[in-house]
Design a protein around this ligand. Structure first.
Ligand code: GDP
Ligand code: ZN
Length: 341
């Protein structure tokens, strides 16, 4: 038996569940999603679940589909090992981004977070504008943001950075810590309580993985890629995105949360290089990188002196850095969660 309270179940959820069309349904929390197959935790243990195709096609937008962190009402269907998802309980908080592809669909990347650790670091990694942006995203989610200033061990004079953070955080709690040495981590106990769900966002390199590994402990990480049977009886490696912390609390770590910085960077690039962004739709190739491609409108504009060559040069440099960071991050995530099968 699983104590759903450890996973965040409480009287308010129980009331919501009872108010819904609950007959014959069980509460379950979504801990992982992979190509339409959901891994959920129920009072009876972990199970696979699916949305009936009719419901999936009827969803008005991706936000209408289950997201990691959701509390669901699931149903056991006679003779089938996979549960059917019948209902998503109203989300208390959600971190969203624009869904990939055309159109302006909202995609929920994590839900029902109680707090979001907005991570930045001392010294060169301290970035006031990013901190502002991540705080905005977290506040919008409905979860409580907490600013973490990491790499305290490298900073002989933390006060000026703390002052800057205080000016931006406007009353949001600030914790100075070192994910590497463990110094200051005890202050996080305030948010890492049994049944409370936290997630971590911040620019690449600030120390999110280091902190998460520290919180999970190596033992849990090794068993993170557990094996479970899917509906065909095949074994598949599962990629957990919701973890019970050994000291109590629930940690949400989806690739989406880690990638948030990248749309951030790309948006930033667009804003900073408006003239290049405005020309891009005129390039022959939709995904033109303004490098060696033929029919590039940006290179043509540089040739004609309408865009400064130096601007294109720095755009290319920043874009390639951003791509490199994204690749490194994907690789790091792949290593942490094991090979996809
Ligand atoms: P992420 O991209 O946010 O997940 O960052 P990582 O956890 O991968 O950390 C990036 C780099 O910073 C790594 O080299 C870490 O060893 C280092 N790092 C992380 N936390 C600390 C810290 O508290 N102190 C110091 N000195 N280095 C840290
Ligand atoms: Zn181009």
């Amino acid at each position: 038996m699983v104590a759903l309270e450890d996973w965040g179940w409480d009287e308010r959820w129980a009331a919501e569940f009872a108010a819904g069309p609950g007959y014959g349904l069980l509460p379950a929390r979504l801990i992982e999603e992979q190509r339409g197959l959901y891994q959920v935790v129920t009072a009876a243990g972990e199970r696979s679940a699916r949305i009936p195709g009719k419901v999936r096609r009827g969803a008005l937008s991706p936000a209408g589909l289950p997201a990691v962190g959701d509390w669901l009402a699931v149903q056991s269907v006679d003779g089938q090992p996979v549960l059917a998802v019948r209902h998503i309980l109203p989300r208390r908080s959600k971190l969203s981004r624009k869904a990939s592809g055309e159109g302006l669909w909202e995609q929920v990347i994590a839900s029902n977070l109680d707090s979001v650790f907005v991570m930045t670091a001392f010294n060169a990694d301290f970035n006031a504008r990013r901190l502002e942006r991540f705080l905005t995203v977290s506040r919008e989610s409905g979860a409580q943001p907490v600013v973490l200033l990491n790499k305290l061990d490298t900073c002989p004079e933390p006060e000026p950075f703390l002052d800057k953070a205080r000016a931006i955080a406007a009353g949001t709690p600030i914790v100075a810590l070192s994910a590497k040495t463990g110094r200051g981590l005890e202050a996080l106990a305030e948010w890492l309580k049994p049944g409370r769900t936290v997630g971590c966002i911040g620019t690449s390199g600030v120390g999110k993985s280091t902190l998460i590994n520290h919180l999970l402990g190596t033992k849990l990480l090794r068993t993170a890629a557990t094996r479970a049977k899917d509906e065909r009886g095949r074994h598949t490696t599962t990629h957990r995105q919701l973890f019970l912390l050994p000291g109590g609390g629930v940690l949400l770590d989806t690739p989406g949360m880690r990638e948030m910085q990248f749309w951030d960077v790309d948006q930033g690039l667009k804003k900073t290089f408006e003239e290049i962004d405005a020309l891009a739709p005129s390039c022959r190739f939709k995904d033109c990188r303004h490098g060696a491609e033929p029919g590039c409108a940006v290179k043509a504009a540089v040739k004609e002196g309408r865009v400064a060559a130096a601007r294109l040069e720095s755009w290319l440099k920043l874009k390639s850095e951003s791509d490199k960071r994204r690749k490194a991050l994907e690789k790091a995530h792949y290593k942490r969660t094991g090979p996809k099968r």
